[in-house]
Design a protein around this ligand. Sequence first.
Ligand SMILES: O=P(O)(O)OC[C@H]1O[C@H](OP(=O)(O)OP(=O)(O)O)[C@H](O)[C@@H]1O
Ligand SMILES: NC(=O)CC[C@H](N)C(=O)O
Ligand SMILES: [Mg+2]
Length: 491
Amino acid sequence: MTAPDKHPLDLEMHADRLREECGVFGIFGHPDAAAITALGLHALQHRGQEAAGIVSFDGQRFHSERRLGLVGDTFSRREVIDRLPGMSAIGHVRYSTTGETLLRNVQPLFAELDPFGFAIGHNGNLTNGLTLRRELVREGAIMQSTTDTEVMLHLVARSRKPRFIDRFIDGLKALEGAYSFVGLTNKKLVGARDPLGIRPLVLGTLDGCPILASETCALDIIGAKYVRDIENGEVIVFDDKGAHSQKPFPLVAQRPCIFEYIYFARPDSVVGGRPVYQVRKTLGAELGREAPADADVIVPVPDSGVPAALGFSQETGIPFDLGIIRNHYVGRTFIEPTQQIRQLGVRLKHNANRAVVAGKRIVLVDDSIVRGTTSTKIVQMMRDAGAKEVHFRIASPPITHPDYYGIDTPDRDNLLAATHSLEEMRQFIGADSLAFLSVDGIYRAMGYEKRDPVRPQFTDHCFTGDYPTSLTDQTAKSHAPRQLSLLAEAS
Ligand SMILES: O=P(O)(O)OC[C@H]1O[C@H](OP(=O)(O)OP(=O)(O)O)[C@H](O)[C@@H]1O
Ligand SMILES: NC(=O)CC[C@H](N)C(=O)O
Ligand SMILES: [Mg+2]
């Protein structure tokens, strides 16, 4: 697709590009807290590649190191870890959804509150973040960042409750949208998941110390034991007295984001009790049943298309082979700032394995089409490498609606499926045939008979347009200025 980036300065709420999520990590009471957090963040790197940060507490002071770039760029260095002393730490890897990619927006954010320090890391996006921000600024709050997350610091600061945890909950009660938070005070590590549990958060333990992390792969890397998922609407606190959990919101059924299974989470993670790899294979098998193709070889679009392609191959009996080789030194396509560079990124990343595809009828399997950048390039690449027929199968339904819960999707206009019919999409990407998995196909892969239209089991608005929370900022958008900051800052 050739749509230009509309907001080159990226000052606006939803710049014209799809990015991913964020990852959070926290540990309480361990002598190697910062080093363990760095390792945990390394395992969560796929969730955010723009920036990384760690805040530790040494019993007297907080220490903060936040940088743009990958975890390893900063946190593999001994001297950086040495600047993060203390037995407790939280960390964050970021893909921005609200607020530019600038140092002052890198998390964890920190504030001096009365009478304690408070650091917070956030995965998700607040659908009333801008509205709250405007109210707070009008009342005199001085914002230091342009992220939605910062409102939580102000809300906790303003609560008049005496106990930290009640102030934290007061803050949560004002929020709409999605959040998995980790927070650190002088005395406590705190975790919270929004009432629907849209974004993931798990609890683990290492040497008797509690750990919070976005995904189980962050526990595996340090040899920590998985204990359980933090539940939707749960707030959990760890301090010297132990753990204390509560559910301060009216109880509602959970509705985790289906996209964690389709694309975001690492395949070796277990999300909501389901191994992600297994789910992806099952999605591929469902697709093989729904939309088989007469072909010689199944070729995955690496990396995220691999498990689905295996499932498709096992279901259809057509052999699986690696017809595309991926260069692992290129990041995920979404992070590239302009469409031009993004297209370059796709070329840099994938190459045809001529030996597998030449003269063959191939089925390409990928997990999703967003703008169609990847698929268009790859179909052409397969033809250039001598493929006789190129069929495309997508192990999720067409993405027709943007996300407002922590995934930075393009505007509707730039989502291929929002503006093209199936046949137009087929022509756009240049395939001989194109098919997507149905919405009920996903639910079958998740072990349900079908999607429950009254109480959908998952957050699936990208495919259905059914947003599970109010979109306050979106509704208010036309009336309010969209620029968040007057300060131009070099990144
Ligand atoms: O239609 P598009 O706009 O091209 O976006 C869709 C592609 O982007 C993602 O892969 P990505 O390359 O980001 O990461 P991966 O290597 O983990 O599959 C996704 O798996 C699709 O392949
Ligand atoms: N992708 C995310 O989870 C982002 C967290 C937060 N909304 C930010 O923009 O920094
Ligand atoms: Mg991909």
